[in-house]
Design a protein around this ligand. Structure first.
Ligand SMILES: Cc1cc2nc3c(=O)[nH]c(=O)nc-3n(C[C@H](O)[C@H](O)[C@H](O)COP(=O)(O)OP(=O)(O)OC[C@H]3O[C@@H](n4cnc5c(N)ncnc54)[C@H](O)[C@@H]3O)c2cc1C
Length: 808
């Protein structure tokens, strides 16, 4: 065994072998893979080997497309047969709601060049005679689906990597990992030790245990999963004989099953409601090439529907039942990337669809290790999308929920109940008593809207029961004053003598003067948006930085990677140690004035000013800014003062009819100002000029900020896209995000977010379109649930275009 390697990959499943292959493909050949047994000895060997490109998240869909297209390449390069069967596939809908969902899924694929099409149940039957067309409303046909041999595929990656110079040591178990002062890793195995610059955790079923070797509790859990294989079926043999083709894959969402041909019979698997975690506390190291005991009773309900939807199964004998474990993260997406707070420790685990996603995961991770960046937008599978709230028990609850809902519809306004409530603030009960309907964001219960008595959130693709109430909340802000909780934002205190210079280097915007705030995008070296913050200069050595709540760990990882090691700068995530309330609307100043003796007139406390001040008896930090785009204040306080401040503000606001509003009304309000939001309008796919944030990029400031050169180039070239606002002639449904935008009938862009802007009475979509046509007022359309709806470009903000409400 080698004594040194640049990278050690732990785990020879499909994911580890893909990572190894991609590292060598990009020129890093001093790389080693360690496997405790034979290759494929985790969940890989008993996988059903199905793969497809369609995914609800367009960025994940791109990775899946990459994976599927890679198979021919590795088969040829390695000379290893991977048993590829590109059969094509059907997604079947048994209800109208499901068909609506499929329409929206399909629409998302359009701008990415997806070739899937909607077909009738009868057409589906003609393609796949085993299904009973009477059971279905319609289907999606996808030409890019199929299955392969998991063993052959894993070996093809491994052989290709070896051909490029990688080494693989089988029967070598990693027993411990120790990082040395110089940052290198001692990889301690039962066969000796290797010193490595980088360690990749691709340990699949044991990823949690390998994480624990370095003190991590990764949010990953294995679930039992069953599929059955039938004896030969005459219907299958007949179809093969008469058409010369294999039967295609089917995912039957309402039956919660998937089927495909297996030799002369069929394979049927299910994500059953009555699901079971496997080894919830610790995966036994003794587990090898074994299967779990079959438990047909647990999947009887699903099989019954399956047999009804595909009647030929009723006459087929069952040859084999496979029950094997494989791993999931709480949202079902992989956990990929560098782990925050550690040097050169990489995660490539929780890949539940290794044959659809393994190639993309390997590509992203190899790019990340070699170039310092995954090369595309992988936030949906970034290991940093979870904070420390994702404990073992949280993960258990969420993974079970996710598994059992794998084929369920998730409506755009649907909040899932698993592992909730977990994080709450002191005003939670008060908001709840006022009718708050909560969503969980980064573990925190956050009010979405306030339901009048007797009204509940009804999940739908269309406008729903919250519509009127959200409208009232939004209008109340515009007409008088509203209060919302803003604790869900991420807050960081950046302090120290080097803090100002460091922020100047990290952020593309200007660092404000003492007592002021500024909006500041953050860019990566390639000049793409990796954050947008409000920076408040408290005293030139302490800066309160406010950003997106869901990106707290993601941003902390970046901050920590760039901290100077002389101790001159400290970044502390304040998390729920600092909570927020915000008041907004034309009467907001009057409310504030009642609680302080200080002058809060526009002259004394102008737009973007920030002050420490007592409100009533409570110390607070008050910034004059509001995401509603109205006159407003963000008020930050220690948790122990939040209840008092909430009551005091509500009391002071009573004479102005102050009302509570939630995130849905905030969304309606910010759309009227065309304010973008992190992870929708602003993400590493876009440059600041494309995103309309160019005015916040201080190219002339002396500091050499990260991404400056690329930002200069983008300004010169203008980039390729523009973020624009459209008014859509919507009917009873508004955009959600990812719908295609067309110009003169041709799909040319995509929606990032939108909704109904209640105070203006119009349906709004924000989205990216090519810059060459981005100023055209007419000729646009947006697809919502299969309807192509005319849209008009909205060149200025719908509300307060000159900003006088916000600024005066
Ligand atoms: C019944 C079933 C059906 C499935 N069907 C499909 C399907 O149709 N399509 C699809 O895409 N996916 C399917 N899957 C999921 C698929 O199997 C996984 O996505 C995939 O196997 C994950 O691969 P991996 O490399 O991450 O993990 P694993 O396959 O678990 O590999 C991890 C490897 O790491 C090794 N290892 C662990 N710890 C150490 C250590 N300390 N030292 C050295 N080596 C170590 C293990 O021995 C193992 O070989 C199915 C899974 C099951 C159970």
């Amino acid at each position: 065994m080698k004594s040194h390697a640049r990278v050690v990959v732990i785990g020879g499943g499909v994911v580890g072998c893909s990572v190894l292959y991609h590292l060598t493909k990009f020129g890093w050949t001093d790389v080693v893979l360690l496997e405790r047994s034979e290759l494929t000895s985790g969940s890989t060997w008993h996988a059903a080997g199905g793969m497809h490109t369609i995914n609800g998240d367009p960025n994940v869909a791109k990775l899946q497309k990459y994976t599927v297209e890679l198979y021919k390449e590795i088969e040829e390069y390695s000379g290893q047969d991977i048993g590829l069967h590109m059969t094509s596939g059907l997604m079947l809908a048994a209800t109208k709601e499901r068909f609506d969902w499929m329409k929206s899924l399909l629409a998302k694929g359009k701008y990415a060049g997806g070739e899937a099409t909607l077909i009738s149940a009868q057409e589906a039957h003609e393609m796949m005679p085993l299904l009973d067309p009477k059971q279905f409303v319609g289907a999606v046909f996808d030409p890019h689906e199929g299955h392969l041999d998991p063993y052959g595929t894993t070996h093809a990656y491994a052989k290709s990597a070896k051909k490029n110079g990688a080494e693989i040591y089988l029967h070598t178990k990693v027993e411990d990992l120790v990082q040395l002062e110089d940052g290198t890793w001692r990889v301690i195995t039962d066969k000796g030790e290797i010193r490595a610059e980088h360690v990749v955790n691709a340990a699949g079923l044991w990823a949690r245990e390998v994480g624990r070797m370095v003190g991590l509790e990764l949010p990953v859990l294995a679930m039992e999963h069953m599929y059955l294989i039938t004896e030969d079926m005459p219907e299958v043999i007949e179809f093969n004989k008469t058409t010369g083709k294999e039967l295609m894959h089917c995912v039957d969402f309402d039956g919660e099953i998937y089927i495909r041909q297996e030799r002369n019979g069929m394979l049927m698997g299910t994500y059953e409601k009555d699901c079971r975690p496997w080894s919830p506390i610790e995966t036994p190291w003794t587990f090898g090439h074994e299967l779990l005991a079959e438990d047909l009773e647990r999947i009887t309900n699903e099989l019954e529907i399956g047999f009804r939807h595909f009647p030929a199964f009723n006459n087929a004998g069952i040859k084999k039942i496979i029950n094997g474990p494989f791993t999931f993260s709480p949202d079902g997406n992989p956990l990929v990337g560098p782990v925050r707070g550690m040097t050169n420790f990489w995660s490539a685990c929780a890949v539940m669809a290794g044959f659809s996603q393994g190639g993309g995961v390997g590509l992203a991770l190899a790019n990340w290790i070699i170039e310092g960046d995954p090369g595309f937008d992988v936030f949906a599978m970034d290991v940093c999308r979870y904070g420390d709230y994702a404990t073992l028990a949280y993960t258990n609850a969420k993974v079970r929920e996710n598994y059992s809902r794998r084929f369920s519809i998730r409506y755009p306004n649907e909040e899932l109940p698993g592992a909730r409530p977990l994080l709450t603030t002191p005003v939670y009960d008060k908001l709840k008593a006022a009718g708050a309907v909560f969503g969980a964001s980064y573990g925190l219960e956050t009010p979405l809207w306030f339901a009048p008595e007797g009204v509940e959130d009804k999940f739908s693709w269309r406008r729903s029961t919250d519509f009127e109430a959200v409208g009232r909340e939004a209008k109340a802000v515009r007409e008088s004053v509203g209060l919302m909780e803003t604790s869900g934002f991420a807050k960081y205190m950046v302090s120290g003598e080097g803090a100002k210079d460091w922020l100047d280097h990290m952020l593309a915007g200007k660092i404000p003067a003492v007592g002021s705030m500024a909006l500041a995008p953050m860019l990566n070296e390639a000049g793409k948006l990796i954050g947008d913050f409000t920076v408040a200069n408290m005293d030139d050595e302490d800066f309160l930085v406010i950003g997106s709540g869901i990106a707290e760990d993601y941003h902390m990882r970046w901050f920590e990677q760039h901290l100077p090691d002389d101790g001159s700068v400290d970044v502390e995530p304040l998390n729920l140690g600092l909570l927020g309330l915000s008041i907004a609307g034309p009467k907001a100043r009057d409310v504030l004035a009642k609680l302080t003796h200080l002058d809060v007139s526009d002259a004394a406390f102008p737009f973007m000013a920030i002050r420490e001040m007592d409100l009533g008896m409570a110390p607070a930090i008050v910034g004059r800014v509001s995401y509603t785009g109205d006159l407003g204040y963000e008020i930050w306080m220690r948790p122990e003062y939040q209840r008092y401040l909430f009551e005091t503000l509500m009391e002071a606001g009573a004479e102005f009819g102050i009302s509570l509003f939630g995130l849905r009304a905030l969304n309606a309000l910010r759309l009227e100002k065309a304010f973008g939001s992190w992870s929708r309008e602003y993400r590493p796919l876009y440059g600041p000029y494309e995103a309309g944030l160019g005015r916040f990029v201080a190219l002339k400031k002396p500091a050499d900020f990260i991404g400056k050169k690329a930002a200069m180039e983008e300004k010169l070239s203008g980039g390729t896209l523009r973020l624009k606002t459209f008014i859509v002639e919507a009917k009873d449904a508004d955009v959600i995000g990812d719908e295609p935008i067309s110009y003169k009938g041709e799909v040319c862009g995509w929606v990032t977010s939108g909704g109904f802007a209640h105070a203006s009475g119009v349906s709004v979509a924000l989205g990216y379109v090519p810059k060459e046509i981005a100023d055209e007022l007419d000729g646009w359309s947006v697809e919502i649930l299969g309807d192509i709806l005319p849209a008009r470009l909205q060149p200025q903000p719908l509300f307060d275009a000159n900003g006088s409400r916000m600024r005066n």
